[in-house]
Design a protein around this ligand. Structure first.
Ligand code: GFB
Length: 327
């Protein structure tokens, strides 16, 4: 393991700073004393445009890059916008990696997703399960783009000697998440449904699927901490899993949210909606062996995220974060 001391005045580009993950990384970098953080809004820079990205890199010359931008969403958004999910993500990964090579970036961290692994991979999923079987159909285009991102980093490492690494986080949640009921992931969607039932004096919550699907949830501030850790300590070709090692069923998740927010609420199952992958638990031994593990329990993460939602909730318009689209 190489412990790299990153100078606090290094130029650090967070691609995707407006989203759940990028926002948390910017906060964590600030807390750690990094003073030269570069960001570019969607209006300033279309990350899908290679010429624009090259121009931006030539003008700004970042030393380190966190590549956490992308079009993201839950099971419904993935199933209904497959073209956006494959096109935007393939383009963003390719342009930023290529420009990082062209303009001599010292190190780049790319983030994928646990959906890169086969639908029926043995659980918990180890890094070497990649490309050993068929993907979950509800998010295949997104997963293919994410796999292409890993392979792009590896190809630039092999051909040009670039220190580009990849982390694979499990399902994420936290402040600044997308709370749109159709396009979001399960945790923010259910949190909002339970909250709205409480404020509107209702007791029934619609939950999609059968509730038996199992998921692992990582609080986004823990992910940001892991990203800084990997930037300083990980230099290998192979991607590395980032998770908690703990899974819950969707039923248990819904019950926990109800317990925290609105104990009188009852679940109404909507079996017309898909369950998606049956299980998605990451094997995190590779990361823990290097000295990092998550700190925030699901219960504490839910309480913090709910406090944020209450503070930012606008009953008239609801909460729809821009990260529903390209972050
Ligand atoms: O978080 P989620 O949308 O995505 O759904 P995935 C997880 C599970 O929660 C599924 C159930 O079994 C859903 O049926 N669920 C229950 C709900 N109620 C709801 C609800 O109100 N909204 C949502 N969204 N789900 C995504 C992938 O998969 O996870 C992406 O599509 C990515 O590619 C991401 O990998 C992390 O965990 O199934």
């Amino acid at each position: 393991m190489v412990e790299r001391s990153i100078p606090h005045d290094a130029k650090i580009f967070v691609a995707g700073h407006g989203g759940l993950v990028g926002g948390a990384i910017v906060r964590r970098l600030g807390d750690a004393g990094f003073s030269n953080i570069l960001t570019a809004s969607r209006d300033q820079l279309d990350l899908r445009d290679q010429a624009a990205v090259n121009y931006w890199f030539r003008a700004n010359r970042p030393d380190y890059v966190y590549l956490v931008a992308g079009t993201v969403g839950g099971i419904w958004a993935n199933a209904n916008r497959p073209a956006d999910f494959i096109y935007d993500n393939m383009m963003i990964h390719a342009t930023v990696v290529h420009a990082s090579y062209l303009y001599g970036v010292e190190k780049l961290l790319y983030l994928g997703s646990s959906c890169i692994y086969p639908r029926l991979a043995p659980q918990p999923m180890t890094e070497d399960a990649l490309l050993t079987g068929l993907l979950e159909p509800t998010n295949e285009p997104y997963a293919i783009a994410k796999i292409a991102g890993i392979k792009t980093c590896q190809a630039y490492r092999k051909q040009y000697g670039c220190n580009f690494i990849s982390g694979m986080p499990t399902n994420l949640y936290g402040p600044q998440d997308n709370f749109d009921l159709q396009t979001s992931h399960v945790l923010p969607a259910l949190m909002r449904k339970v909250h709205e039932a409480k404020v509107e004096g209702r007791n029934e919550i619609d939950v999609w699927g059968s509730g038996v699907a199992m998921r692992e949830f990582l609080y986004v501030d823990d992910l940001a901490d892991a990203c800084l850790f990997l930037m300083a300590n990980y230099d290998e070709d192979e991607h590395i899993n980032i998770g908690t090692g703990v899974e819950v069923s969707i039923r248990e998740l819904a019950e926990t949210l109800i317990e925290v927010i609105h104990p009188d609420a009852r679940i109404r199952w909507d079996s017309s909606k898909p369950d998606g992958a049956p299980r998605k638990l990451l094997d995190v031994r590779k990361l823990t062996a290097r000295g990092w593990s998550s700190q925030t329990s699901l219960r504490v993460g839910i309480e913090r995220t709910y406090a944020w939602l209450v503070e930012h909730y606008d009953g008239a318009r609801g909460i729809v974060a821009p990260s529903a689209l390209v972050s």
